[in-house]
Design a protein around this ligand. Structure first.
Ligand code: AMP
Ligand code: ZN
Ligand code: FE
Ligand code: FE
Length: 268
């Protein structure tokens, strides 16, 4: 086994709500000594241009085509990671329209709360996420910090929160797998109830994101056991978004060569 092989399978770029461009992220991945990386932007594969793919190749970094899809399972927000995915054209177009509508709804709610933000201040509503709205709220002096924007306005159940069109977790899995992609349950660490995880795993997931962000290994063992019991793939990643306070550093969570190769070889 090659112990120095590390694959960070969860990261974001400026194509969604990350702070680094795809190229800058690839540079950063090489810098921290990763052998493989997956860019898993929210609801988009826009980072995977020929230029980005070529750049990773040039730098000797293995790039796994990925995405992180937002879905709901009995009303709870659940993220699904897709790896080795196809174009997912129809599904991602639906997600684009969903995001645009959801963001517009959030802005309408903020307006009613006398915290107006114009579309011009944000850029195209189909290409932004809640972190961009949070940043605009800080810039306009509505809140003191990004976490405060989420706590008071944007997190699930807060004053300006909106779900947008509900896309079920099983639909997300089906969209990923219908083109041969691998569907992985993202960060189960966030799911409070053990029963929810068990119900979720009755869906045809191919894997579980066992290693995540900066969680201590001890808390992750239960997910590794669960994956092994069920014959599911074990994945992991930092969910790096850039240098913010919420997310971990690039390369802080990763899988070794064995788990990586199992992912690369797996059939959906
Ligand atoms: P969206 O996909 O537009 O719903 O935004 C989701 C993103 O918002 C997540 O991936 C995080 O980057 C960020 N986020 C969610 N909850 C929080 C929070 N409580 N504090 C800071 N950022 C958050
Ligand atoms: Zn994000
Ligand atoms: Fe996520
Ligand atoms: Fe993520």
């Amino acid at each position: 086994m090659n112990e120095s092989f590390r694959a960070d399978l969860h990261s974001h770029t400026t194509v969604s709500d990350g702070m680094l461009s795809p190229k800058a992220l690839i540079d950063a991945a090489v810098e921290v000594g990763l052998s493989a990386l997956s860019i898993t932007d929210h609801d988009t594969v826009g980072a995977y241009t020929d230029e980005t793919v070529g750049y990773a190749k040039e730098k000797g970094l293995q790039l796994v085509r990925g995405v992180e899809v937002s879905s709901f399972f009995f009303g709870e927000s659940i993220h699904v990671l897709g790896y080795r995915i196809g174009e997912m054209k129809n599904f991602l177009e639906r997600m684009r329209v969903r995001r645009e509508g959801r963001n517009r709804e959030i802005l309408e709610k903020l307006d009613r709360l006398r915290r107006p933000i114009s579309e011009e201040e944000l850029g195209p509503l189909d290409k932004i996420g809640r972190p961009h709205i949070a940043m605009a709220m800080v810039a306009k002096g509505y809140v003191e910090s990004l976490p405060a924007a989420f706590i008071h306005y944007l997190k699930e159940g807060a004053a300006a929160y909106c779900t947008g069109e509900i896309v079920e977790t099983k639909e997300a899995i089906a969209a990923i797998q219908s083109e041969g992609g691998i569907a992985v349950l993202a960060h189960p660490h966030f799911i409070r109830k053990k029963r929810t995880i068990e119900s979720l795993l009755e869906l045809p997931f191919n894997g579980i994101e066992c290693y995540y962000g900066s969680y201590p290994r001890k808390e992750e063992e239960k997910f590794i056991t669960l994956a092994k019991e069920r014959g599911l793939l074990i994945t992991g990643g930092s969910d790096y978004h850039g240098h913010d306070n919420k997310h971990a550093q690039l390369g802080s969570s990763w899988v070794g060569k064995d788990d990586y190769e199992a992912l690369i070889r797996a059939k959906a």
